[in-house]
Design a protein around this ligand. Structure first.
Ligand code: FE2
Length: 366
């Protein structure tokens, strides 16, 4: 992958393919002090005010830099590495982290909270692990004064919902969600009825005196990939039919139409949504619905099978951070006569974790 010059034109060459780079694309990237604020990395000019026909008057490559004189009189020195990074479509670290499939045989690697945690290399490694597996567990996280909110805000910003800035998961009378009972919860994703759905859930164990109430996790990515291989018809219909997810309480009615398996534009995995207590399938032809119901049943069997599920007890001070677009979570039932089980939860969005990861990469020169 390299930059080449020919007749005052700049080319990007990669694997025998050679493409001319638009002169205006380079002109937009001039980084002299009068054109780019070094502190914010924001432009000090508006490229839409410029004449689109600016050309390259003279160009040369000297070591790591591409030096260009443009026909509007502006000269600049651009870092070749930065330009080629943009061409390789690997300009964010997230795109370089492969998702790793896992099932019940996974050995969980825990992290440990310590002083200066949020600016440390451990935090960087934790975030990489999070993007690989869709969850991480951090031990020894302080539990006083709703520390979960501080934890979330030290990565990015809490995503507030109608459940509040954070929510307390313990059994209570007249709950507005089954999470607030002692019943078992089958694997599900949270809040599929929101737009947008919260990206990441944090769950912090404050007290756990019961023998049941084990936390469960399933990798929606692994199940999706296996379903695609084993039952392509089921996979196809679940990626096409949108169902209505609905949440109702005395203050709000939230509704959202979406597929149970959502794909990116290039047909790769994007997101799973699964919450069979609040989804409403649309009226379709009877044959199509017949296929849909078989597909959804199969998907549910996979999500609920022991093959894909890990089970573990969250101890006091354990914090579980999970990707709500990828992992499904649940719990086994417990007996609240045995003692207290008290978790606190909150949400953050991907810009928090991506921003933090990019920041730590830059700061620690990794
Ligand atoms: Fe949940």
């Amino acid at each position: 992958m390299k930059i080449e010059l020919e007749d005052n034109k700049v080319f990007f060459a990669n694997n025998g393919l050679k493409k001319e780079i638009h002169p205006f694309w380079l002109r937009e990237r001039v980084n002299n002090d009068e054109f780019l604020d070094k502190n914010t990395q924001q432009r000090l000019f508006d490229p839409t005010d410029l004449n689109n026909h600016i050309l390259i008057h003279k160009a040369k490559i000297s070591e790591k830099y591409l030096e260009i004189d443009f026909t509007d009189g502006v000269s600049s020195k651009l870092e070749i590495d930065k330009l080629t990074q943009e061409f390789s479509n690997e300009d964010t670290i997230i795109k370089l982290i492969p998702k790793i499939k896992w099932d019940s045989t996974l050995n969980i690697k825990n992290f440990r909270y310590e002083d200066n945690f949020f600016e440390s290399k451990i935090m960087y490694e934790l975030l990489i692990e999070f993007y690989k597996y869709g969850f991480v567990i951090i031990k020894n996280v302080p539990t006083e004064d709703n520390f979960i909110v501080k934890f979330a805000n030290s990565i990015g910003s809490v995503r507030r919902t109608n459940f509040g800035e954070h929510f307390n998961v313990k059994s209570k009378s007249s709950p507005n969600d089954l999470a607030y009972t002692s019943l078992a919860l089958a694997p599900h994703t949270d809040n599929p009825y929101r737009n947008p759905v919260p990206c990441i859930q944090l769950l912090h164990c404050i007290e756990n005196q019961v023998s049941g109430g084990l936390s469960t996790l399933v990798d929606g990515f692994t199940v999706t990939e296996d379903l695609k291989k084993e039952n392509p018809d089921f996979y196809k219909i679940l990626t096409e039919v949108k169902v209505k997810f609905k949440f109702v309480d005395k203050d709000v009615v939230l509704e959202r139409w979406s597929e149970l398996i959502q794909l990116n534009e290039n047909k790769t995995f994007k997101q799973v949504k699964f919450s069979p207590r609040l989804d409403y399938v649309p009226v379709l032809d009877k044959n199509k619905l017949d296929l849909y119901y078989r597909a959804r049943k199969k998907l549910s069997e996979m999500y609920n099978s022991k093959k894909y599920r890990i089970e573990f007890k969250l101890d006091e001070k354990d914090l579980l951070m999970m990707d709500n677009y990828r992992s499904l979570h649940g719990r086994t039932s417990f007996n609240n006569k045995e003692g207290n089980r008290f978790l606190q939860g909150c949400y953050i969005d991907y810009d928090s974790t991506e921003g933090k990861l990019n920041h730590l990469k830059r700061k620690l020169s990794l």
